[in-house]
Design a protein around this ligand. Structure first.
Ligand SMILES: Cc1cc2nc3c(=O)[nH]c(=O)nc-3n(C[C@H](O)[C@H](O)[C@H](O)COP(=O)(O)OP(=O)(O)OC[C@H]3O[C@@H](n4cnc5c(N)ncnc54)[C@H](O)[C@@H]3O)c2cc1C
Length: 474
């Protein structure tokens, strides 16, 4: 079964519409306001190693692409690519970063409707490096939010339930609900104060509160669409697989907003997301644990943003996609609005980023990440040369390319990173001199503590305030 949609259709519109006809799309991003073309073109995904996996582009079986053409052809033509007649080009177009042409329609493989059953559980992280490998095969759509400083993990047990299972559940994930502008700005101010005071103690207490509230509150899962009465929550796939809400708030800037709305002084953060093949996941987790054990409070800041999200990504036929089955590590963390201001425990997150990218050959998520993540994608993706070949066929003049896309696809480091004062703080470079960090604020360029080849901006000023994490499990 397939469905064909216009490129700009939003994910929730798509899954709701096919649900009325009794069909389901198993894969989805967790945010429902992405367009189908935007999600597909950036390799966006949910979490699954089963079936076709959790990435939207792996459900694409056909694409209509508007590409440049000769004057006689009216300068543009529509090319139809599908699995039977043009698989080679389709494997390029199903994850294309927009550089092959403008997608006008997308055909996706769909399935008969099913329900999902979801439960959340918090456990200690003693064996997380072993559990993560098993969990992905045991739970079709499961994921794990790992909170290293709290020595705890939040497991989402998410799998299919037969259609006749009772339950009218929905997913109204709390982080995607509208909040008043004042609240968005107030919580940002609190975060800025914590950063300014280097107040790890408060950061760790807040992080504990956030994690401790997840299971009792249901974290946005509602058994009957209105109330949370306990896990498991069972509901139709389209109402459970993805969530949103704040995108529908009125456009006036003085009303409710998404917490990250750039029109207000709310949340502002970096995202670092890389997928690491299953055989390397355990060692990366053990390295992160070593870093954590050297300074147990240093990763509390990640927990404020949900911890290290571990999601499963299946090997793909897309040339810019995943080579092998993998776990994606998705990290969100504080970002100063001033590019020259470092953040608390800057060095630890930078070391994780470099370790994952360079020691464990992590593949960066195309729709997230800072510049340094894209310096060496050749060995990270399935077949870069084949993608470049397809690009030369579909858009030989490079009308849909930019200096940025040329630099990434051509491996031109100088077009990706740049060296200047403070460049490492924003991920524009890896530091090689102190001035790339913020020596005037006590941040100097130093080797990694676990991954010695890393070069990170480490604070060597006065002690941090508070410190001392009280792990949820010790
Ligand atoms: C709150 C939030 C939650 C998120 N959650 C997830 C998640 O769970 N999993 C995940 O993997 N990602 C996630 N993301 C990242 C997200 O999936 C990507 O940023 C995605 O690209 C967003 O889709 P969009 O429609 O907004 O993209 P756009 O910004 O509109 O498009 C992204 C890119 O896709 C290409 N593109 C778009 N339309 C076309 C077209 N018609 N033809 C050709 N190329 C096109 C262009 O290169 C464009 O720059 C999240 C993002 C947000 C903001």
């Amino acid at each position: 079964m397939t469905v064909t949609v216009d490129a700009g259709v939003l994910l929730q519109q798509l899954v709701d519409t096919i649900s009325t006809l009794g069909f389901a799309l198993p894969a989805a991003t967790y945010w429902n306001a992405v367009s189908v073309a935007g999600a597909v073109s950036t390799g966006a995904h949910g979490s699954s190693l089963w079936g076709r996996g959790g990435a939207l582009h792996d459900y694409v079986v056909g694409v209509s692409l508007v590409v440049p053409a000769t004057e006689e052809d009216g300068f543009a033509k529509v090319v139809r690519l599908d699995e039977n007649s043009s698989k080679d080009l389709l494997d390029a177009a199903k994850l294309s970063l927009g550089v092959l042409g403008a997608i006008s329609k997308i055909t996706l493989s769909i399935e008969p409707m099913f329900k999902r059953s979801v439960a959340l559980e918090v456990k200690d992280d003693c064996e997380i490096e072993e559990q993560v490998l098993r969990f992905g095969s045991d739970h079709e759509f499961g994921d794990i939010c790992w909170h290293p400083s709290l020595k705890a993990s939040l497991f989402k047990l998410d799998g299919r339930a037969p259609l006749e299972t009772p339950g009218g559940g929905t997913n109204k994930y709390r982080g995607f609900q509208p909040i008043p502008v004042e609240r968005a700005e107030q919580s940002r101010r609190s975060e800025e104060k914590i950063e300014q005071d280097k107040d790890e103690w408060t950061l760790c207490r807040l992080s504990e509160m956030v994690l401790n509230s997840r299971v009792p509150s249901g974290n946005g899962y509602l058994n009957d669409g209105i109330n949370f009465t306990g896990f498991p929550v069972v509901g139709y796939n389209n109402l459970m697989q993805t969530a949103g809400g704040c995108q529908d708030a009125p456009p006036q800037v003085n009303s409710d907003v998404c917490s990250w709305d750039p029109r207000v002084a709310g949340s502002f953060y970096h995202q670092t997301a890389f997928s690491v093949s299953l055989d390397k996941v355990k060692d990366l987790i053990l390295d992160i644990k070593k870093l954590r054990d050297m300074d147990p409070s240093s990763l509390c800041g990640l927990s404020l943003y949900g911890g290290i999200y571990l999601r499963y990504v299946k090997a793909s036929s897309a040339y810019l996609g995943q080579k092998e089955d993998a776990v994606e590590f998705d990290i969100t963390y504080y970002r100063s609005r001033d590019a020259g201001t470092p953040r608390l425990n800057e060095d630890v997150v930078e070391e994780i980023e470099q370790m994952a990218l360079f020691k464990y050959q992590g593949k960066p998520h195309w729709g997230k990440n800072r510049n340094i993540a894209f310096t060496s994608i050749r060995d990270r993706v399935k077949d870069l040369d084949r993608f470049v070949w397809a690009k030369s066929r579909l858009d030989p003049a490079g009308l849909f390319s930019s200096e940025w896309s040329d630099a990434i696809l051509g491996g031109d480091r100088d077009g990706i990173i740049s060296f200047h004062d403070h460049c490492a703080l924003e991920g524009m470079c890896i530091c090689s001199e102190d001035r790339h960090c913020a020596p005037e604020s006590g941040f100097f360029c130093r080797p990694g503590k676990v991954f010695a080849s890393a070069r990170v901006c480490r604070y060597e000023g006065e002690e941090k305030a508070g410190g001392g994490v009280k792990p949820i499990y010790s």
